[in-house]
Structure formats: structure tokens, C-alpha cells
Write a protein that binds this ligand. Structure first.
Ligand SMILES: C[S@@+](CC[C@H](N)C(=O)[O-])C[C@H]1O[C@@H](n2cnc3c(N)ncnc32)[C@H](O)[C@@H]1O
Length: 320
């Protein structure tokens, strides 16, 4: 979930900020493991994924059986009370369809419940499903009211049916620390110069946040268990074309399936990237199953879903 908030007042980082975030995360049912900062952004590795805070934007990514949407009311109260921000400029709540929805809190057991919940707090929003409603799909609730005018883009790769050899790296049997896993897997080389905060769970699982100057981040989360292997990659690093980044991430993880979403507003250098993906029927040993393009008021959104070509399959179109 990403929310952008504003007011006329100057933003001030209160000293008790950390304890306020701890309380907010308690509502969501997760904890802070580690914090890293640069002058533009605070990045938190959480027991269930990540949180990023800038002067006017809040990004919360959670997994497992957390109750992410319960953070919205709390957050809106908090920013109003602490810094006087009282207007939500944008909100994006998105997720892939769950493998086991019945294990979730009732609000998160289906998208209709989530939409009702979002609508009860921010009633101008719209809800969308991209992909196949009888297969893999991706849900989005977005407000998109005024939107931001500065360049803005978000790239996400959600991967599953992961390569077991790659996943072994993210276990305590194979690596002793997050840093070792970042190096051994090749994660450390995906975006050069990034300030990495990584964590290896016991007995397995891996999370990392990476920061670049200018408010740019990447975040990667790995669930290596073979019966439910899953990796997420997200970044707001601007690219005219995401092909090189996609190649690097696929090389590191070799998923069986992945879906990709790219949001870009008019001011972003990524605004035309959808054109370069239009005829990308295959890429790096993967075949496209679904491809959709949406024009929202302030953003374009590209959704695309690929699955691995089986051994010996002939490529019918050029491969990047
Ligand atoms: C890295 S976390 C977050 C992954 C999340 N699916 C995502 O993409 O955002 C999940 C992985 O860490 C492991 N793990 C180990 N201890 C954990 C803990 N205390 N809390 C959450 N995950 C833990 C889980 O078994 C799983 O493999």
C-alpha cells in the first residue's frame, strides 16, 4: 500500500516517531527488525516485509496473515495529529490473488471485503482486477485524485514456483547472514551503488531494502519453502526501459511464473515503457500469458504475466 499525503505545513520528524511506527505496526501484526536511512527516506525491514517513509509518502508492504488495511485509519490519524497533514493525494492498495485466502483475517479473505473496507475510509476510490479471474490475477484499489506532478513510477515483479537451487541460498544451511545471501545470490549486483539493509530469517527467508539518493528504493522478499516459494521485487527507480532490470532479476531468481506491473505518470521517463513491452511475447525463456494496459487519470499501468517455456520449446518471436 502506498499513500501520499500533503498540507501547507512544513514537515517535521518527531523524536518519538519510531515508537509511533511500532504502535502502527502492532495494529498490522508485525514488527520492525531493522532501520536504514538516507536524507530522503527511512526504510524499515519488518518481520513481514517492509515500510518506507518520506516527507509526504508512506509505503507499507506486508505478507503472511498481517492485517495491512488496519494501518490506514491509524496512519491518517497519526499524520494529522503529528504533522497536520489532512489530505490524501493518492493511495494504491494492490496484491496478487492469495494461494490460501481462508488463512487470512476476514477483511483480507477476498477482494470485495478489502474494497468495502477501503471505500469506508476513502470513498472516492476505484477497484480493478487485472489478469485472469479464473487463474492468476492482481487486485488494485486506487484513489488517484489529484496525483503527484513530479516524476513517479513503480515497478514490481511478483514471482513464484521458484528454482530450488536459487532458493537454497536463502536458508541458514547455505548462508550465515543476509549479507552473504545478498552476495551469493547476485542481489547485491542488481542495482550498483545501492545502500543495502538485508536480513536472513531462521531457518529460512530473506528480506532486503536498498536505498539510493533522491528517494529511490528497491525491496526484495524471499519465501524459499518449496511448497509455497515466492519472491517479490519492487522499485521506484526510473528507467526508460525496464528490460535490463527484468533480465537481472530473472537471472537471480529463475521463477517458474511471474507477473509484472509498471505504474508511470506523465512526468516519468518510464511513461512509454509499455510500448517496448507490447510485442514482447517471449522473454528470456518465458512466454507471455496475459498482457493488459490501463490509462488512469494520472498514471498508465502495464500488467503482464509470463510462465517459463518448457525445455525444448521453440521461440516464435524475438527474445530480449
Ligand atoms: C521474508 S518474509 C516476507 C516474504 C513476503 N512473502 C513478501 O514477499 O513480501 C517470509 C519468509 O521468511 C520466513 N520467516 C522466518 N521467520 C519469520 C518470521 N519471524 N516472520 C516472518 N517470516 C519469517 C518465512 O517462513 C518465509 O520464508
Amino acid at each position: 500500500m502506498m499513500a501520499t499525503v500533503q498540507s501547507q505545513q512544513h514537515f517535521f520528524e518527531g523524536a518519538e516517531k519510531l515508537s509511533e511506527w511500532v504502535k502502527l505496526l502492532r495494529v498490522v501484526r508485525c514488527e520492525i527488525i531493522s532501520v536504514t536511512s538516507n536524507k530522503d527516506m527511512d526504510a524499515y525491514v519488518l518481520s513481514e516485509s517492509s515500510m518506507f517513509v518520506t516527507k509526504d509518502r508512506f509505503i507499507l508492504k506486508t505478507c503472511g496473515t498481517t492485517t495491512l488495511l488496519s494501518a490506514v485509519d491509524y496512519l491518517l490519524d497519526l499524520v494529522k495529529k503529528k504533522v497536520g497533514f489532512d489530505k490524501v493525494v493518492d493511495i494504491f492498495f494492490s496484491r496478487k490473488n492469495f494461494s490460501r485466502p481462508e488463512l487470512q483475517h476476514c477483511v483480507h479473505q477476498n477482494f470485495e471485503n478489502e474494497v468495502s473496507f477501503c471505500y469506508s475510509i476513502l470513498s472516492d476510490g476505484s477497484a480493478y482486477t487485472l489478469g485472469r479471474i479464473n487463474g492468476d490475477c492482481w487486485y488494485l484499489y486506487t484513489l488517484e485524485d489529484e496525483g503527484v506532478t513530479h516524476p513517479d513510477q513503480t515497478f514490481e515483479l511478483l514471482m513464484w514456483d521458484m528454482c530450488p537451487d536459487k532458493m537454497r541460498i536463502f536458508t541458514q544451511e547455505e548462508c550465515k547472514s543476509g549479507e552473504e545471501a545478498s552476495q551469493k545470490s547476485g542481489i547485491a549486483d542488481i542495482i550498483p551503488g545501492i545502500k543495502i539493509d538485508d536480513f536472513l530469517f531462521d531457518p529460512c527467508g530473506y528480506s532486503m531494502n536498498g536505498l539510493l539518493p533522491g528517494g529511490y528504493y528497491i525491496t526484495i522478499h524471499v519465501t524459499p519453502e518449496p511448497h509455497c516459494s515466492y519472491v517479490s521485487f519492487e522499485s521506484n527507480v526510473p528507467q526508460e526501459s525496464y528490460h535490463e532490470l527484468i533480465d537481472k532479476v530473472l537471472d537471480v531468481f529463475r521463477p517458474g511464473k511471474f507477473l509484472m506491473t509498471i505504474f508511470a505518470n506523465k512526468a516519468s521517463i518510464a511513461r512509454d515503457t509499455y510500448k517496448t513491452l507490447e510485442n514482447q511475447h517471449t522473454m528470456k525463456g518465458y512466454r507471455r500469458r496475459d498482457h493488459q494496459f490501463c490509462c488512469f487519470k494520472n498514471y498508465t499501468l502495464t500488467y503482464t504475466h509470463y510462465t517459463k517455456l518448457s525445455e525444448g520449446t521453440q521461440y516464435s518471436r524475438p527474445i530480449i
